[in-house]
Design a protein around this ligand. Structure first.
Ligand code: COA
Length: 177
């Protein structure tokens, strides 16, 4: 758990999400989806009950950032579900618009990386729109590398956008070929 003070002297808390956070998580995710330019999905697909169940999984991690009793950021780490990819995980992150550029994203990703290391996850993958320069800068600063690009994979409004694949290796992986 991390307790941080941000510039406007309010405290924010980054902690593991619990079933009671379901409503706040859905609200936070939907507000970012409503912006339509950062995330592929435009509707959060789980109901509150479904989200509560998802939060009970010990295999995956959901971090929330709480500020003045409200959830303003959500970060997920979803571990590969097969034997062949259990050493990998996918990272997703969304901070509510008014709370960006306060280091919350950086704090959440650092926390997600250290949890992944503890779990023996060796490779953390993510996908980001090429148009999302803020996110790409954040990931680069934290040590994510470019892994590939799927060209014109998405259409945002009437513009094609590339899907940038980035990854963070938590260890030197031996035995790769
Ligand atoms: C991308 C996102 C997670 C970053 O989180 P954040 O809390 O806003 O970012 P931080 O305050 O931790 O800043 C991290 C870095 O982002 C970059 N950044 C921040 N503000 C920036 C700006 N206005 N312009 C360019 N880069 C900026 C910088 O590299 C910054 O590092 P530094 O200022 O310490 O050098 C957040 O903006 C977000 O949720 N965006 C909308 C949803 C989204 O894009 N999700 C990811 C989809 S793949």
């Amino acid at each position: 758990m991390m307790l941080k003070k941000h510039e406007q002297t309010e405290n924010y808390l980054i902690r593991r999400g619990v079933p009671g956070d379901a409503h706040g998580i859905i609200e936070c995710m939907q507000s970012v989806m409503d912006e339509k330019i950062y995330l592929v999905s435009e509707y959060y697909l789980l109901t509150e009950r479904g989200e509560q169940e998802r939060l009970k999984s010990r295999d995956d991690l959901t971090l929330v950032c709480e500020l003045n009793g409200k959830i303003v950021g959500v970060t997920t780490i979803q571990r590969g579900m097969y034997k062949k990819n259990r050493h990998t995980a996918s990272l997703g992150i969304a901070i509510k618009k008014e709370f960006r550029h306060m280091n919350i994203g950086t704090g959440m990703i650092k926390e997600a990386i250290s949890w992944s290391k503890e779990q023996g996850i060796e490779k953390i993958n993510l996908e980001v729109f090429s148009s999302n320069v803020n996110a790409i800068n954040t990931y680069r600063k934290l040590g994510f590398e470019y892994e590939g690009v799927r060209k014109r994979q998405f259409m945002i409004g009437n513009r094609y956008t590339d899907d940038v694949l980035m990854t963070y290796f938590t260890s030197n992986m031996e035995g790769s070929n």
